[in-house]
Design a protein around this ligand. Structure first.
Ligand code: ADP
Length: 857
């Protein structure tokens, strides 16, 4: 250490406490980084790497960003998942003896950003803490620092449940104890893509009593305390906007694991992370950012309590029926800014006067919103309206104090209205009068001297002066003017009275600025005391916004209000997949019914590829989810049960991250469903068993179907390309075959997308091959081969139930040559015997056949 200069020593001391962050070390107008930080930051930020003397022989790597442009660079690092510690000079360099004192004033991390692009308008930015009490008991507390929302729960069960909940929360950062299980840590980093931070302190300090008041047990408090200590340690400031933690239980909501959410594209699309093409994207007609965030939370957590669901549906229905009120509500909501994040900025100490104007304007919309919501004449709506507090005393205060178009800076005055503060007004008068006096002086001096070009000016160095061109200087009265500055062709003078007035003006201006800043701070403190009321209003406004959003979408897309039954019946008439329908247009989309009851617990769906099997299955799940978040559903009529869980296994989403094989993922997901599903669950299995060899796959698929049928009884939709499985209908009483129809028209396959009773009856492989534009000649040949096969000789492999019969099939080819085979032919027979037909697509089968025929010829 001692070899370094004192400043570098200081740097290293500070850095020792922030090993896992970039240290932005303030040096004058720059934030500098040194050593490793400099090497890494210069790459990540694409800035020049330099070096400086540091007391050692070797120069120290260094790079830096200008202070005024730092925000953008910090944003880049945070978005890349890094942390940034901001180290400021905390004493006036002029007064410092030796090295200027420096301290870290804030640690910015992905889970604690308060502004910038890292903070998406319609998405929460959560940070969570976990405490592992034993192998199967976890505490989770989470918070959005930008809005103040805080929640906590205890989970019991496997790690999967924990990971699932973290995924549902969508947390950016997870705070754990230093001895946290390293395997689990890795899974969090990889699967949840959250960064890990350490906080050991879990003690209760009295400051946090209010925030912890609603937590019913010590485990929750410990977990919440870990989070609070981390936030305080990193943010180093008042966090008055943190709302008291509310306790929740995951069983209050429909369970949907991470894979199912992704497969169903609820809030994230499978391709790419954006929300386009998701259910959230479809449903989002919210007007406010707060409403957008609440909508996402609702989509992430469908309800299971019927009364809660019905309450939402009632409000949506009322809003839907009142077209004009709804339009007006949307207009009013457009004038409401992000009250939650504004409160956050106030508490955090970075709100400016423009934020106050936004706050005022937003709150001023509330009385009109209240009266509009009352016009809906619905008791629940009325209750919401009654709780909606316009905080009139606050709007009055802001109306009286802050001018309508204030500047961004809070340190240069020009913020406070006239008449708000007497002393301020006298300074303002002094300053304005003084300026008036100066304007008059200019006039007088021009008359007195007869110099028309004479002017009074101001600069920072000399203050006010009288400027006269050199040619006119002789016109000035001797002795009255003191020369101050000589320019190329003008001279600048002062007079005693000018200087006297100047002192008054400058003093008044300085006082104005100082007093305005002090008053602004005072107002900010007052606004702080309103934060809980503002947050409460924000919640109600968000809720209203989501109802109008559901109503708007439901009306535009002709959705209906679902009804619920407790006989476990699914009766959907003309149901649609909401997103596919929106993308392709409702004219094109073919609606389908779905009927399931105690005799039709399971539907086995067959049909050619691309016929719409998977779309049909998804539309059932999406209908259930939409109903349970309280929205109308895409159907003509829908009577459904309330599902406790939805499980999906749908082909496309391979788990590349954890490096598991598709088949393993398939089996894990199947296991997950089988282990957890109940009679009240919905299971969607799309082409299960495809990832392994034919017999394996088919055997597993059949066993899974049987298991669900006999042991679980969950409502299940199972699509398969194993045609053999359709005969299960004879054996399993609650299983029924359905298929998605397609027809041939002039030798081409036309998908009708219509779901019908019974199994699909034909393989459309060749037509699909034709659609895929395989060479004409080849298609013709395949058609020939097919008809040869069909012309009586061949038993259709695909109608066989028992896979073992497939072997017998081969005997047929043997017959014509029985007893008279040449060696050559025997070889070919052996080749045929070894062919694994069930693993082949029609093209491959055909190619093989072609080869064989060639050899025989
Ligand atoms: P499968 O699972 O049978 O291979 P998909 O469900 O993936 O087929 O559907 C294939 C395509 O068919 C979809 O992308 C969609 O464009 C279209 N499609 C599916 N169902 C319908 C429908 N009911 N009406 C109109 N088009 C549909």
């Amino acid at each position: 250490m001692s070899q370094y200069t004192p400043m570098i020593q200081q740097y290293l001391r500070v850095k020792a406490n922030y090993q896992d962050a970039f240290l932005f070390f303030r040096l004058g107008d720059f934030y500098e980084m040194f050593f490793e930080d400099a090497l890494k930051a210069s790459q990540e930020l694409e800035i020049t790497l330099t070096s400086r003397e540091g007391g050692t022989e070797e120069r120290i790597p260094m790079c830096g960003v200008p202070y005024h442009a730092a925000a953008g660079y910090i944003e880049v690092l945070i978005q890349k998942g890094y942390k940034v510690a901001i180290c400021e000079q905390t004493e006036d360099p002029k007064q410092a003896k030796g090295v200027v004192r420096r301290e870290v004033v804030q640690l910015i991390t992905p889970g604690t950003v308060m502004e910038g692009k890292g903070l998406l308008e319609k998405e929460n930015n959560y940070i969570s803490s976990i405490t592992m009490f034993d192998e199967a008991t976890f505490g989770i507390a989470y918070n959005d620092l930008s809005t103040g929302e805080s929640k906590a729960t205890i989970l019991t069960g496997s790690e999967e449940i924990l990971l699932n909940e973290l995924a549902t929360i969508g947390t950016k950062e997870v705070v754990v104890d230093s001895n946290f299980d390293s395997n689990l840590r890795k899974k969090i980093e990889e699967r949840i893509e959250a960064i890990i931070s350490i906080e050991k302190n879990i003690d209760n300090d009295h400051e946090s009593n209010d925030i912890l008041a609603n937590l019913s047990n010590e485990k929750l408090q410990i977990t919440a305390n870990r989070l609070l200590h981390y936030l305080k340690k990193t943010q180093k400031r008042s966090l008055d906007h943190l709302q008291p933690f509310s306790e929740y239980e995951v069983n209050q909501y429909m369970k949907l694991d991470y894979y199912s959410k992704r497969n169903l594209e609820l809030t994230e699309s499978i391709r790419g992370k954006g929300s386009k093409g998701t259910l959230l994207w479809l449903l989002d007609e919210t007007v406010t950012a707060m409403g957008g965030r609440m909508l996402k939370q609702w989509v992430d957590r469908p309800l299971i309590n019927e009364a809660d669901i019905l309450r939402r549906l009632n409000l949506v229905e009322t809003t839907l029926q009142r077209y004009f009120e709804r339009q007006e509500l949307r207009e009013l909501l457009k004038g409401v800014y992000d009250l939650e994040r504004l409160s956050g900025r106030v508490a955090f100490g970075n709100a400016n006067a423009r934020d106050f104007i936004q706050l005022k304007k937003s709150l001023m919309q509330i009385p009109a919103i209240v009266s509009l919501v009352k016009q809906l004449e619905h008791s629940e709506a009325e209750k919401l309206a009654d709780q909606l507090d316009p905080c009139e005393d606050l709007t009055d205060l802001l109306e009286q104090s802050i001018i309508d178009q204030p500047p961004l800076s809070i340190k240069e005055g020009g913020i406070i209205k006239d008449g708000f503060h007497e002393e301020l007004d006298t300074y303002k008068d002094a300053s304005r009068n003084g300026k008036q006096w100066i304007a008059e002086l200019e006039k007088e001096e021009r008359q007195k001297t007869g110099i028309k070009s004479l002017k009074v000016g101001y600069n920072r160095i000399f203050g006010y002066y009288i400027e006269v061109t050199r040619a006119n200087v002789h016109l000035l009265e001797e002795g009255r003017y003191e020369r101050k500055q000589t320019l190329a062709n003008a001279e600048r003078f002062i007079t005693p009275e000018l200087k006297e007035k100047e002192a008054l003006i400058l003093q008044a201006e300085e006082k104005c600025i100082e007093l305005e800043y002090a008053l602004f701070m005072e107002i900010r403190e007052k606004v702080k005391t309103y934060i809980p009321r503002i947050q409460q209003a924000a919640k109600i406004i968000s809720e209203l916004d989501v109802y109008q959003s559901f109503a708007t979408v439901s009306e535009a897309r002709h959705y209906v209000r679902p009804s619920f039954n407790d006989q476990r019946l699914i009766h959907i008439t003309n149901g649609r997949h909401p997103v596919v329908e929106k993308v392709m247009g409702s004219q094109e989309y073919v609606p389908n019914d779905c009927r399931m009851d105690s005799e039709r617990e399971m539907l086995l769906i067959t049909g050619p590829n691309m016929s719409g099997k998977s779309t049909f299955m998804r539309q059932i799940a999406l209908t259930a989810i939409m109903a349970q978040i309280g929205c109308f559903v895409p159907a003509e009529n829908a009577d459904i049960p309330i599902f406790d869980q939805v499980f999906t296994r749908i082909g496309a989403a391979d788990d590349l991250i954890s490096g598991q094989s598709t088949f393993m993922v398939e089996m894990l997901e199947a296991k997950n469903a089988i282990a957890n599903a109940t009679k009240n669950s919905l299971i969607l299995f799309d082409e299960i068993g495809r990832g392994t060899s034919t017999y394996d796959g088919m055997a597993l698929a059949q066993a899974i179907i049987e298991y669900i049928h006999d042991r679980i009884g969950a409502k299940t939709l199972f699509s398969t390309h194993y045609h053999e499985l359709t005969s299960l209908e004879e054996k399993l009483v609650q299983l029924k075959n359905i298929h998605v129809s397609a027809v041939e028209q002039q030798g081409k396959l036309v998908f009708l997308h219509k779901v019908k009773h019974g199994p699909a009856d034909k393989s459309y492989g060749i037509h699909v091959a034709e659609l895929a534009d395989l060479p004409k000649e080849l298609i013709v040949r395949a058609t020939e081969i097919l008809s040869e096969l069909e012309n009586g000789q061949a038993r259709d492999v695909k109608t066989e139930t028992n896979p073992e019969h497939v072997n017998e099939q081969l005997v047929f080819f043997a017959e014509p040559v029985k007893g008279q085979c040449s060696d050559q032919e025997r070889k070919i027979l052996e080749e045929i015997r070894k062919l694994n037909l069930m693993e082949m697509n029609p093209m491959q089968a055909m190619n093989n056949l072609y080869e064989i025929q060639k050899k025989l010829k």
